[in-house]
Ligand binder design. Sequence first.
Ligand code: CAO
Length: 415
Amino acid sequence: MGKALDGVKILDFTHVQSGPTCTQLLAWLGADVVKVERAGEGDITRGQLRDVPGVDSLYFTMLNGNKRSITIDARNPKGKKVLEALVKKCDVLVENFGPGALDRMGLTWEHINSLNPRMVVASVKGFGPGPYEDCKVYENVAQCAGGAASTTGFDDGPPLVTGAQIGDSGTGLHLALGIVAALYQRNTTGRGQRVLAAMQDGVLNLCRVKLRDQQRLERMGVMEEYPQYPNGKFGDAVPRAGNASGGGQPGWILKCKGWETDPNDYIYFITQAPVWEAICKTIGREEWLTDPRYATPKSRLPHLMEIFGQIEEWTKTKTKFEAMAILNEHDIPCGPILSMKEIAEEPSLRATGTVVEVDHPTRGKYLTVGMPIKMSDSPVEVTRSPLLGEHTDEVLAELGYTPSQIAELHAEKVV
Ligand code: CAO
């Protein structure tokens, strides 16, 4: 069976996390992704957070599966020639260098466009045009500048970053969408275009409910769905809401049996209005059904923390999986707090290809994430990441270089 992006060639000039997540997604969709790295060093993540000496790190291997690797010294005139040959042959160039680095290599948009007017040039940058456009940015900078950190954590604590890499992987995902759309538009215009995904913008897109709440707060002065209501104070900006959903379906994280010794024996419990009766009956609080303080979603809002406290007395008597089973019988939305260990070992995630084990020539077997988007006509086989420069000769030969020319490039340390 074919793949959605069969025939699409990607010149992958990405490094670290944000760009590589984008090109890995495109590779999973079937694109031929050629990752360009610096000879000798390669992507800096190959050597970061190493758990096995001398072997590509999990940081690298989990972001660069299904790609080919070629090494080129982009500053060497002969290396630049190889790059230009790749520009002519590929459909998309993806990069996430610091601001201006691609231009300094001589690969300006104008130059790329003159070599290949059909090429889509896609970039991740920390910020879009404006006061910070020249700044280098890593994940947590984007989380802070995109509104995630100021709205994450508890009211009485400092801003918090989240473990989900919404700045890097989130922006890679945004960029992949832009690339696919630009390729689609090229079908009618015949032209490539520039695609920019700024990490601040990507994080804000994922935090849009907090921008919603900012405007609600300005209009109303309080937000009844937040834990600051009714006893705490609201300032002029959206506060940190702890584990509250802050939306129309109040929720909170509650202790389960074993919480004293296992930091993940917790469950997320949602008091969805249509199942309020089932909640009261399940936890043995039938008197709440006739109590006017709890009768409607609105009347419950000032008592939410007290309600969750009572529900917790029930969840503490069950493991998170027992609670999950009982609550789901009544369609009460809830979610166990799963540790990474539990996720890694979960058979259903292996069965769907969401967690995959692959074999690597120097590392051996390792776990990686698989394609999170499942398509009925574009199956994904997750393959290992390439060794540094593993495909240099193969790609040069595809570009028309003869074996002696390739040997010369090696001898001169161009590749
Ligand atoms: N041959 C020769 N030179 C090469 C090369 C090659 N194959 N590949 C890269 N280089 C050079 C570039 O030309 C550039 O040199 P100059 O800056 O001197 O012109 C340099 O290597 C790369 O610079 P950089 O700014 O991208 O790298 P850095 O390690 O200093 O910064 C990062 C890393 C991530 C902060 C920066 O790339 C960045 O801000 N990127 C955009 C935002 C982003 O994606 N951040 C997420 C990273 S994941 O957490």
